[in-house]
Design a protein around this ligand. Structure first.
Ligand code: MIG
Length: 753
């Protein structure tokens, strides 16, 4: 692309370098040691990134008609047409602009371009491409929830939030979420790229041309961030600092959640809850799908099916159960319906050719709030707060791509914004983002940490919401895909994620449900959900064995809730995901690069689930260091092992040196435990254990405790390193292989194991 032309001159103004080319200027911001932004002048400022600028020193000189830029970490060469190469200090190449040879050769070959996922129209292709050299050993991770495998090399994706109800398969180009961020890794280098552009963007990771990968944008401006560092952890830390992290969740949101499209009445819900309690399978949350509403009108409740809604939520609260209700963005176009009337009166809805834009969703003829405007968000947040006043504890945002039944919204549907009006082309990918923000602002008025579950997302939406992967199916391929999907979401800043346990569409089987809960119990979001007209899939819908195994894994989940909660605190501090691929912990081990059927929860727990029908043995790869079977405490060296995995066993390993915080089993997460259980394995390890009220924002004022716990030289020490909360702990139980020690809880102690 000759967008920029010959390099002429440059101006350095603090951290910003303007490079004057013959056609237009290109800019580089040296934000900090790990973050460099490449861009052209934007029409509108970014709606996503945070300002992380620090004072740093750069040296610039002109060498042979190119610019040579020296920073504390890198040497960067910029040539004509803004062609840029980033090196380390020893002039080893990390990332290098190149020409997309095949694309250049095939100019005019519409078919190839289209195959690669680029938009080609007869008049003009609006896509602009950035193409980089792909190294032979280069692998790619990230890009959010896209389908397929952990390593994205050889695949292509389009970032355009999409609700496509057909079965999600490997070569799917777009799912519900758009996260234009990836991690590249080759030889000894690792880097991240975030393309800060909300229009439709394409990421073609060496799909056709083995020498290069490219990312392109179909509107807006060139604007991307290069993240450097020495590890994937560094890159994820920087990316999540740039786009935001999830705050601490309320503790109960880590509990078991049961959903169905739909539980059709109060009685049905009560039966589900009573069954759970009778079977003593822990449960904290019931989700209500669209049929709790009156005619699918958002912010109404059906008097027939759920009379006296407030009493209903109160009754459930007494049983220790929280209610989450679904909310769709589409507002039924019906005079006399208050949400519609208020929206019309105040111009809250999107327009097309200066008329209110209509499409159809569940309520039939519907209109779409312009969440990109603060006025609209204020209004919507009041409505969300209204639900909280009815005793609703969390909101489930569905259909927020936005989905529409009468064809897609035209590109020139207009949405009000805080920075002028936006076209649908520009703001489509942010629709869910702003809807989540509005919902967040509403639920925050309760003083509690908002719980929102969203289907669609953009980079940064994770500050307000948790996510599920939308409409999977009850097929083994989707259980298999759940693992790389959740791993890549975690690497892409989405910390609180899960898949519909048992699968949403189609009929699940006993075996599939069991294998799925063995994954779901370790997913940050643990929810069983299924579609209308499919087989019911609560744990008791099969046989006693299913109940027993389901209970076993939900019990394990509840024991591990504090371990998981600690990981959310770690996420807030460093941006690390709760559920992570092995490559996140062992990136120098190439056997982890394409490992799609194992994952880690934090640094200590390795989960190796069976994801194949009929399998009762599992080939497990264990990276360096020793590992212990979580049930038998049998020791395993690193390497490949074939382990037993009968239906009632998901192979789980604790890393040598692990300290795993557990709590006694209970039916739900109300109240705080009095016993701190520490499961300790031989070796060396260290954790920060975090304790607070699990509900409010008081932790932001320091009202929490933090304990440093160390496992070293055959002893275990605990030290209170931050005190701001009255601990409920009275006792500590230390489990060390087959030994159990109980001691009174103290703020500092040392126990010889
Ligand atoms: O067009 O609300 O992904 O979880 O049960 C289907 C009904 C609409 C899609 C969601 C699914 C939910 C369903 N919804």
């Amino acid at each position: 692309m000759n967008q920029f032309g010959k390099l002429k001159d440059f101006i350095l103004n603090k951290n910003t370098l303007e490079i004057i080319f013959e056609n237009q200027s290109g800019f580089i911001d040296f934000i900090n040691d790990k973050l460099i932004r490449f861009y052209e002048k934007r029409v509108r400022k970014s709606q996503i990134v945070k300002d992380l600028r620090e004072d740093i020193v750069v040296n610039i000189s002109k060498v042979d008609g190119a610019l040579q830029i020296i920073t504390s970490q890198n040497i960067i060469i910029v040539k004509d047409d803004f062609m840029t190469t980033i090196y380390n200090k020893d002039m080893e190449e990390i990332l290098c602009d190149t020409v997309h040879v095949q694309l250049e050769e095939q100019k005019g070959n519409k078919e190839l371009l289209q195959l690669e996922g680029h938009t080609v129209s007869d008049e003009k292709s609006t896509e602009k491409l950035i193409t980089k050299k792909m190294h032979d050993d280069e692998v790619f991770f990230g890009l959010g929830e896209e389908s397929g495998f952990l390593n994205k090399r050889g695949y292509g994706y389009t970032m355009w939030n999409t609700d496509d109800p057909s079965t999600h398969i490997d070569f799917y180009k777009s799912l519900y979420k758009s996260i234009p961020f990836f991690i590249g890794k080759h030889s000894k280098f690792v880097y991240g790229i975030y393309l800060d552009n909300t229009y439709k963007t394409n990421f073609i990771m060496g799909k056709y041309d083995p020498n290069c990968f490219s990312f392109g944008y179909e509107g807006g401006n060139l604007d991307y961030y290069y993240m450097g560092g020495s590890s994937i952890k560094d890159i994820v830390e920087t990316y999540t600092k740039l786009t935001g992290r999830h705050g601490l969740p309320q503790l109960w949101t880590l509990g078991n959640q049961q959903s169905r499209w739909s539980y059709m009445s109060k009685e049905e819900v009560m039966t589900v809850v009573n069954n759970y309690q009778k079977l003593q399978i822990p449960l904290d949350v019931i989700h209500l799908d669209i049929d709790y509403m009156e005619d699918y009108k958002v912010f109404t409740t059906s008097n027939d099916r759920f009379p006296n809604f407030k009493e209903f939520t109160k009754e459930l609260a007494l049983k220790g159960i929280k209610v989450v209700t679904i909310i769709d963005p589409g507002v039924k176009a019906l005079k006399g319906y208050h949400v519609y009337d208020e929206g019309i009166e105040n111009n809250f809805f999107a327009t097309h050719n200066n008329e209110i834009y209509h499409n159809a969703v569940w309520p039939g003829d519907s209109v779409f709030p312009a969440f990109s405007s603060q006025r609209v968000r204020n209004w919507w947040s009041q409505k969300a707060y209204g639900l909280a006043e009815l005793g609703v504890s969390g909101i489930w945002n569905d259909m927020n791509e936005p989905a529409s039944f009468n064809g897609p919204l035209p590109d020139d549907v207009m949405f009000a914004g805080d920075d002028g009006e936006y076209t649908h082309a520009e703001v489509h990918n942010l629709y869910a983002h702003y809807m989540a923000l509005a919902t967040y602002e509403g639920l925050k008025k309760t003083g509690k940490r908002p719980y929102i579950i969203s289907r669609a997302a953009f980079s940064g939406t994770n500050q307000y919401s948790t996510f599920w992967t939308g409409d999977n199916q009850s097929v083994w391929a989707h259980l298999q895909m759940a693992i790389p999907q959740m791993c890549n979401m975690g690497l892409s800043g989405l910390a609180f994620v899960g898949t519909d346990i048992g699968g949403f569409g189609a009929d699940t089987t006993k075996e599939l449900l069991i294998r799925w809960v063995q994954v779901g119990a370790f997913s940050p979001l643990c929810r069983n959900h299924s579609a209308l007209h499919t087989k019911y899939q609560e744990p008791w819908r099969f046989d006693q064995e299913t109940i027993d195994i389901y209970k076993k894994y939900i019990d394990i989940r509840y024991e591990l809730v504090d371990y998981i909660y600690d990981l959310f605190y770690e996420h807030l501090q460093k941006g690390y995901p709760v559920l992570r691929p092995l490559v996140f912990e062992f990136e120098d081990d190439e056997k982890t690069f394409n490992l799609n059927d194992e994952f880690m929860v934090g640094e200590f727990i390795l989960v190796a689930p069976v994801v194949m029908q009929g399998q009762t043995k599992k080939m497990v790869y264990l990276p360096r260091g020793g590992w212990y079977d979580s049930e038998t405490k049998e020791f395993f060296e690193s390497g490949y092992h074939i382990v037993d995995a009968p239906l009632n066993k998901c192979p789980i390993f604790y890393k040598a040196g692990s300290i795993i915080c557990k709590r006694p089993k209970k039916q739900n997460l109300d109240g705080k435990p009095e016993v701190l259980i520490l499961e300790v394995l031989p070796g060396e390890g260290k954790i920060m254990h975090y304790e607070d009220d699990g509900v409010s924002f008081a932790y932001e004022e320091g009202k929490y405790n933090q304990y440093e716990i160390q496992n070293k030289d055959g002893s275990l020490t605990l030290d209170l390193v931050h005190e701001g909360f009255v601990s409920t702990y009275k006792e500590v139980e230390i489990r060390y292989l087959d030994k159990v020690v109980r001691i009174p809880f103290e703020k500092n102690f040392k126990v010889v194991l």
